[in-house]
Design a protein around this ligand. Structure first.
Ligand code: 7RM
Length: 656
């Protein structure tokens, strides 16, 4: 067998064991404890998951079968169990946590609000009754197109309470993107707001909804509008209703509907690199358990923690780790409406200081932006409440990791670098912070019960330190169940690149990775982004990290450009830190730096300086667009998920 996998060339030897103080109080206290859990789960996954489901969640009715995997890749977990996610997030906490803050919300203009568990429960019950009064029944689709306000979480929980699958669409998406998603998910009621605050300006939402509905291609009957910003919006009579009017007479009595464990909980659209977005389907019981237990162990939740995940509810991270995971655990979760902006580059640190945030979870793209803004912002705030940091969304470059650890974490907080996907429902590869020593740039080890591996296209494990495809060998409760209305696409995208062998199905994640001698996973980027230089297949992460380790570089994205001799040549797009200026000399120096860090094979043929890199709205670098730019061809494929079009225009003119 001789399929090409991916070569790994970066060496990173730093190791940071958890401190004794942290481990002593942690939920999982040692590597031995982790290993015992992992081994037990591996030996008998069904026993492991069913014991947790019994201990950790409330069920109206016990399941008959833990896992039905008779029709792979379509899994069923906790078959015939009855459960309600909203009940697990709210009702069951009322006895012991009624007055504990559930949601602590900060608006961008400086307004704020706290909802206790008792208050959140009431609000959710009221809105669930509102949805019912609008004709929403169990199984009906509800669209949520909202800014980061408490009503977004309330609407999600209300849907879960009555069994109406929600489809949250990120508030930054256009009317067209919104319409496609509303049509695909057969949404009957849309919940939105007049607008939201972002970077000192109002992002209008209601006008986008109007536009999305104008053609009449959706089946939307009612639109509920939260008054957030107060600007004028037009209301269509018989269709559009104000949230505050509907709430006035709504009853606070709304028992949670016992849902079948496999009833659909939500659809969340994820844009592939090409083609139309996929509606990722998650169901109730398995998702609840997986979001719950990963939140508890990975963020080491303690009763008094103030936990803040900066993700928007429009992304899976917002679903699992802003709303459902923390609330299912009875934790206090912070929601922030705004974004770091020129007028307040320290706004995140203000939120941490003000609310004494103890666990903070954000993305590498944000961390790299903070580095660029300068240390004076975090340094001038009191961040001593922090005890644990997390990152998600992209591979984190070791240099950014080190900065996060020292400048934000005061060299005191462990970092959990968490690898997972919309499709996996929750975190899959991650340190457990009291148990697993960290290495900058590595997501470390699989969560107990997750049989992750690095394999070739035949499904064989590749040897230590060789690159290959990140894969999962056994189903897990949080896994996606299908692509909405397109089971074939589900099968083809995730289960056929590596064909099943002897009936054993392997989940293909689409990322390249390697495992080191300690079994640690190093994610090397998307397989689609691999560069082939003279027969060497290189992941993007390692070359980019070498560039970012140079003091002048803030952020880097590398792509391959067709080359007659080598097949592909490396083109590096680079943004600079603070005062550094682009120059021929700096370009030469950066090429040399990459060679000395990882070797001549990774030497970029070309360095292109840029003010900014093209990113998705969730902050991931879109290398596919840079690839077209580098090759000098028309940009092809979907650009609707691009955060800022002008970035692309600028790169285009700079290149010519
Ligand atoms: C949670 C989320 C999934 C893709 C995934 C990877 C990349 C996410 C990490 C990471 C390296 C990480 N869901 N990714 N986390 N790569 N290290 N810790 O981001 O569906 O939007 O994206 O993101 O490529 O496949 S997602």
């Amino acid at each position: 067998m001789s399929q090409p996998t991916i070569e790994s060339i970066l060496q990173e030897d730093r190791l940071f064991p958890p401190t004794a103080e942290f481990s002593q109080l942690a939920r999982i206290k040692s590597l031995e404890e982790y290993q015992t859990l992992y081994d037990r789960a591996k030996a008998d996954p069904l026993k492991f998951w069913s014991e947790l489901a019994e201990q950790e969640l409330h069920w109206f009715q016990h399941w008959d079968t833990v896992l039905d995997w008779n029709n792979p890749p379509f899994a069923k977990w906790f078959v015939n169990g009855k459960i309600n996610l909203s009940y697990n997030c709210l009702d069951r906490h009322l006895e012991t946590r009624a007055n504990k803050p559930a949601i602590v919300w900060e608006g961008e203009p400086g307004d704020s609000k706290t909802l206790t568990y008792a208050e959140l429960h009431q609000e959710v019950c009221k809105f669930a009754n509102v949805l019912k009064s609008l004709g929403v029944k169990k199984g009906d689709g509800v669209g949520i197109y909202m800014p980061m306000v408490p009503e977004a979480a309330i609407a999600m929980l209300a849907c879960a309470r009555i069994g109406a699958p929600h489809s949250v669409v990120f508030g930054g998406f256009s009317a067209e993107a919104l319409r496609d998603r509303l049509v695909n998910a057969e949404v009957k009621v849309v919940v939105t707001a007049d607008g939201g605050w972002r970077k000192d300006a109002i992002v209008p939402l209601k006008p986008q909804v109007d536009k999305a509905l104008a053609e009449g291609t959706t089946v939307v009957e009612k639109v509920v509008v939260v008054k957030r910003t107060g600007q004028d919006v037009s209301m269509v009579s018989d269709r559009d209703l104000w949230w505050h009017d509907l709430e006035k007479d709504a009853s606070t009595d709304c028992p949670a509907e016992p849902m079948d464990s496999e009833d659909m909980l939500f659809i969340l659209y994820t844009s592939g690199s090409t083609g139309k977005p996929k509606g990722v389907v998650h169901t109730t019981g398995g998702y609840n358990l997986y979001a719950h237990i990963t939140t508890q162990w990975i963020f080491d939740l303690q009763e008094n923690d103030v936990y803040w995940c900066t993700a928007d509810v429009g992304w899976i991270t917002g679903h699992s780790y802003v709303v459902y995971g923390p609330l299912s655990n009875g934790a206090t979760t912070v929601m922030y409406e705004g974004a770091p902006r020129a007028s307040n580059p320290g706004c995140f640190w203000d939120v941490i200081e003000k609310h004494k945030v103890s666990v903070f979870y954000t993305a590498p793209t944000a961390i790299r932006a903070f580095i660029k803004m300068g240390d004076e912002h975090p340094n001038s705030r009191d961040l001593s409440s922090l005890r644990l940091l997390g990152t998600v969304g992209e591979p984190i470059n070791p240099e950014a990791w080190m900065w996060y650890k020292s400048v934000i974490g005061g060299d005191r907080c462990p970092i959990v670098d968490t690898w997972w996907q919309t499709e996996t429902g929750g975190i899959m590869i991650t340190p457990l912070p009291g148990a697993i020593a960290t290495k900058p740039g590595s997501a470390t080890l699989p969560f107990p019960g997750i049989l992750a591996d690095v394999v070739d296209l035949d499904g064989n494990s590749v040897p230590t330190n060789e690159g290959g495809y990140l894969a999962v060998r056994h189903p897990w409760p949080g896994m996606m169940r299908t692509v909405y209305k397109d089971p074939d696409r589900f099968r083809k995208t995730y289960w056929e690149h590596i064909p099943p062998k002897d009936g054993n199905y392997i989940y293909f994640a689409g990322d390249g990775a390697r495992r080191d001698a300690d079994g640690y996973f190093w994610v090397m980027g998307r397989v689609d982004d691999v560069i082939n230089v003279a027969g060497h297949r290189l992941g993007t992460m390692e070359v980019e990290s070498a560039l970012v380790s140079h003091p002048a570089v803030a952020e880097a994205a590398v792509v391959g450009k067709p080359d007659e001799i080598k097949g592909q040549d490396i083109v590096a797009f680079v943004t600079l830190e603070g005062t550094h200026q682009p120059s021929e000399d700096l370009a030469k120096e950066l090429k040399k730096h990459v060679v000395s860090e990882i070797g001549a094979i990774a030497r970029p043929g070309e360095i292109r300086f840029a003010d900014a890199l093209p990113k998705t709205r969730s902050g991931k670098i879109m290398r596919r667009l840079l690839r077209d730019l580098a090759a000098g061809v028309e940009i092809s494929g979907d650009t609707s998920t691009l955060e800022d079009r002008s970035v692309l225009e600028k790169l285009r003119t700079e290149g010519s």
